[in-house]
Design a protein around this ligand. Sequence first.
Ligand code: SAH
Length: 240
Amino acid sequence: MKLHRFIINAALSSSIRIRDKELANQVGSVLRLKVGDRLIVCDGSMHEAEAIITSISKELVELSLGEIRRNIAEPDRKVILYLSILKGEHFEMAVEKATEAGVSEIIPIIADRTVKQGLREERIQKILKEAAEQSGRGRIPQLHEPQSFSDAVSHAELANSTNFFFHETGEPISMLHSVIGPTDSIGVFVGPEGGWNGPELVFIEKKIMEGKNIKVVTLGKRILRAETAAIIATYDTVNL
Ligand code: SAH
């Protein structure tokens, strides 16, 4: 049987005690694991180990750990997703799937056509953690504060070796294998439901003409919903 994974807020050693009501509830009440049962713990900094439950109460879980290993599922390439806040549950869904696809950081952006402005941060942090645990990752992707479009572009110019600006027209992403290395940091920009507006596209074209590290790329001829584009763009860029 596949063992359940937990990313915990503690350093790993041969025996650990974790005082965490939520974890104790998840392990003991939800999954009904008992003393002697096994699970996998990860410290969120790339270390993980198989563990046996040696004691469990409502707020304390004690574990005996096997060999501490380095996580192998984390991608070498760092992908930062700059995604417009989206209406309804769509931003949350995109963040969950982008985590499964291997995103490293998420920067919510407020573009001209962004409709919804606020985020439920606590809920998104929970989604990030659960998606990272479920997909076997060694780190939880980092969620940043929302930024304006222009601040996000300035951040991306400095933070990443290349930035892919996703738009319906542009170079096919599949043509770009040669421009990025296996351990590069890459920015992925995906716009709001209504797309980028004219001035934003002009702003990006100007940056490109100035020789900045931005490329306009397409995912094909069909117009995708923003959350679909965010998931596919992240997956493609992680694996390119
Ligand atoms: N402008 C469009 C819809 C935008 S879709 C319209 O209303 O007609 C929302 C975002 O998803 C876009 O800004 C873009 O970043 C991304 N996107 C959607 N389809 C895409 C495609 N085929 N190629 C690249 N990006 C795409």
